[in-house]
Design a protein around this ligand. Structure first.
Ligand code: ADP
Ligand code: ZN
Length: 606
């Protein structure tokens, strides 16, 4: 392990391994297979990069996305590690050249897409090379029960079997349920792997769900608050991306966009603009972001609710990778549920599956969507909800989510609850939430009159209750299983398994209601201020200049966290500079002199 610490310090400039990293690295260095389940930002990459540096042969990293590979290779090269990627972003000539270099033993780490593994050229190389490890990133892609099945991943085990000598195999994913985990081990043929699951909690992330009447205004308010710090806005469709990006641009924000409908060239360009801080807001579909290591993303806003918690947590997790406080805000509207239901019914990936499997997959998807929807309605601690979803316990009251703030009051709705339940029952358990609310509020619309619902005994009984509160009450009854909602396009309410207690009035029913006075969105202004803001600005400018000269994103040179530490400790010597987290030997050699000079010359009041 001593050599692992040396490598950590020399190449990456860190002194300690994080939870889980040590276990993984120890196992791999001892020649054991390993499976790491670690949330985005936990530090997966080092788990295979450090062993890769110490193994005698080459490490192949299988990765699903070009952007992921290119980003990681760029960062490795900056740290002085010989690395390359082999994917279709290379021209034929570049590809052959890279293969030739690989054959000549020039790389320690090669990133490769799963499709390439079984091609003739690559096979020829792999047969003759010394391959010490195959690391499979985003390993949940092998499982059709995962949220992101990729058939090309099924070629990985074939490839490994075809090698003259079986290398160590490691697999990594940010999210895996028990089924997916078993699939990963079985399909990738991991041999008694050492397993590590690091906690899913990301303490620096703040969570909030807003239910704005007007999403556009809500979004503009939020984005303005973050001013010139980087953020991502996720939308569910390409069309929405266009619309929202346009809206932000018209309002004077530096926004760009990313979705599968754009040309590859434009996607690359826009992504680079965002990585290089030339544009501050990225508006994108879920096609954007896997493997984007941009560390200074300060907020992730979901303009639409995603299809499941796995997607949400992965996307939201792209905020705050540098450990700085960051916000994850979801703008919810009931229409989002409908859109997602449509997408589930029309999922194209599923067409390759047989009918029975298709049905099962759809059912799982619907279940996941339901859990996602509950997240948007729960009044419990959002962090607790997320962690519980991934099988972790949390006491609640995290103090860093909207629901843990002081925005709520408890309202006794026992009587309302009885009327709601009785209305559902008397109208024959045939209607959905909106109709029930209409009946109780005595609405005068076509449907009510056509179905004679105005003749019901519960018609207009809760006329005095404001509609949002009535809707919230119904949802609260659903959450507590007083009411049941059916599946399908037209969810119908019926009495749930706990309804008896409430109808008999044996149990008081409480609703946590948002206080009416508090309308301000809770997003807090970012505190990016270093100990020494003037110096921080200066170092940032220097970093930007150095990055531009080499055409790499600024955070690849140094992270904000490293710059802040420089402002705090004001290093004067090589030794002091090397003690800054994120400064390794290579970066000292490349940049040390510039930064020491800038720090020395800086006059706080000048
Ligand atoms: P993941 O791939 O799990 O999403 P990364 O490997 O990109 O996460 O790591 C996230 C961030 O944490 C990176 O900026 C990385 O440099 C940093 N990091 C990883 N390991 C350590 C460590 N042992 N000490 C300090 N920072 C670390
Ligand atoms: Zn909380």
């Amino acid at each position: 392990m001593e050599r692992a610490y040396e490598a950590l310090n020399e190449y990456f400039g860190y002194t300690e391994f994080r939870d889980g990293q040590k276990t993984m690295i120890q196992a791999l260095l001892a020649g054991q297979d390993a499976l790491g389940i670690m949330p985005t930002g936990a530090g997966k990459s080092l788990c295979f990069q450090i062993p890769a540096l110490l193994f005698p042969g080459i490490t192949l990293v299988v990765s699903p996305l070009i952007s992921l590979m290119n980003d990681q290779v760029r960062a490795l090269l900056q740290s002085g590690v010989a690395a390359a990627y082999l994917n279709r972003s290379l021209t034929e000539r570049q590809y052959l050249k890279a293969l030739q270099n690989a054959r000549a033993g020039k790389y320690k780490i090669i990133y490769v897409s799963p499709e390439r593994l079984t091609t003739e050229g690559f096979q020829a190389f792999a047969q003759s090379a010394e391959i010490s490890m195959v690391a499979v990133d985003e390993a949940h892609c092998v499982s059709q029960w995962g949220q992101d099945f990729r058939p090309s991943y099924l070629q990985v085990p074939d490839f490994i079997r075809s090698l003259p000598q079986r290398p160590v195999v490691s697999a990594f994913t940010a999210t895996a349920t028990q089924t997916v985990k078993e699939d990963i081990i079985r399909i990738l043929e991991l041999q008694s792997p050492v397993e590590t699951t690091t906690g899913f909690d990301r303490k620096n992330l703040y969570y909030e769900v807003q239910r704005p009447a007007d999403k556009q205004t809500a979004l503009l308010n939020l984005v303005s608050r973050y001013e010139d710090t980087s953020g991502i806005v996720y939308c569910s469709t390409r069309k929405k991306v266009e619309e929202v990006c346009d809206l932000l641009q018209r309002s004077g924000h530096l926004a760009t966009r990313y979705h599968a409908g754009l040309s590859e060239e434009e996607r690359r360009q826009n992504q680079e603009d965002f990585l290089f801080d030339r544009q501050t807001v990225m508006v994108a579909t879920n096609a954007f972001g896997m493997g984007i290591d941009k560390s200074n993303v300060h907020y992730v806003i979901h303009y639409n609710m995603p299809k499941d918690m796995e997607s949400y947590y992965q996307e939201a997790g792209r905020a705050g990778r540098d450990g700085q406080p960051a916000d994850c805000i979801l703008l919810y509207h009931g229409q989002d549920v409908v859109t997602n239901q449509f997408l589930i019914e029309h999922a194209q990936e599923n067409e390759r599956l047989d009918e029975e499997t298709q049905r099962q997959v759809q059912q799982k998807d619907r279940e996941r969507l339901r859990k996602m929807t509950f997240y948007c309605h729960t009044q419990d601690c959002l962090r607790k909800y997320i962690l519980a979803y991934f099988g972790e316990r949390h006491a609640g009251f995290c103090g860093n989510c909207y629901n843990c703030g002081d925005h709520f009051e408890r309202v006794n709705i026992t009587v309302d609850a009885q009327m709601i339940l009785s209305c559902v029952k008397r109208t024959g358990e045939r209607f959905g939430l909106s109709t029930i609310v209409d009946v109780l509020r005595g609405a005068k619309n076509e449907k009510i009159f056509r179905l004679g619902l105005d003749k019901q005994s519960t018609y207009g009984l809760l006329r005095q209750v404001p509609e949002p509160r009535l809707r919230a009450s119904v949802r609260c009854l659903i959450e507590k299983q007083y009411l049941h909602v059916s599946d399908g396009d037209y969810p119908v309410l019926s009495l749930g398994k706990n309804s008896k207690q409430a109808l008999l009035g044996n149990e008081p029913v409480w609703l946590r209601m948002e206080k009416e006075t508090k309308k301000e969105p809770a997003a807090k202004p970012r505190e990016m201020v270093a100990v020494n803001p003037g110096l921080f600005q200066k170092l940032r400018a220097l970093r930007g200049e150095l990055a531009r000269k080499q055409s790499v994103p600024a955070y690849v040179v140094f992270t904000d966290a490293s710059l802040q530490e420089m402002c705090r400790s004001l290093p004067k010597t090589e030794g002091e500079f090397l003690r800054i987290p994120g400064v390794g030997q290579k970066k000292w050699e490349k940049y040390g002199a510039f930064f020491l000079q800038a720090i020395q010359e800086y006059q706080p009041d000048g």
